[in-house]
Design a protein. Structure first.
Length: 148
């Protein structure tokens, strides 16, 4: 499979690309920090895994969080759908729940400042309709280990 992964400078994206490549997939890291990604063609990609996000950045204005974590995701999903990508996978993190204690269930309410953006994204992505009949979301825990 050909898989485009955003968040080229991030820990999770880099490890995911290495893992997918080792499993025989054509995993391509893409930097989405500026608008140059808009020129890239998604045609022929089986999936886009969107790992790029702004999390735990002090002194960043609310508008920057919205631009990176909500608007960018919406634009990527629209482009993926328009260019025939089979699946769009939106990666979030458990950081949306802040430092809450206890178990996280389907009824748990996000608490962190970062949390509003993934909620906005899910609503916008749902409004877009499934990308190639497949729209997924994932929220892994914080990574541990070397260079985490």
């Amino acid at each position: 499979m050909k898989i485009i992964i955003t968040g080229a400078k991030g820990y999770i994206a880099a490890h995911l690309a290495r893992h997918l490549s080792g499993a025989g997939h054509a995993a391509e890291l893409m930097d989405a920090r500026d608008d140059a990604w808009m020129e890239r063609e998604f045609w022929g990609a089986d999936a886009v895994i969107h790992c790029a996000a702004l999390v735990h950045q002090k002194n960043r204005p609310e508008s920057e969080y919205t631009r990176v974590n909500a608007r960018l995701t919406e634009l990527l999903a629209r482009k993926a759908k328009a260019e025939g990508v089979g699946a769009f996978i939106f990666m979030s993190t458990l950081a949306v729940y802040g430092l809450a204690q206890g178990h996280i269930t389907g009824d748990t309410t996000p608490r962190a400042q970062y949390a509003l953006r993934p909620q906005q994204v899910r609503c916008r992505a749902a409004a877009l309709g499934a990308v190639g009949e497949a729209l997924y979301g994932a929220a892994p825990a914080l990574p541990n280990g070397l260079r985490a």
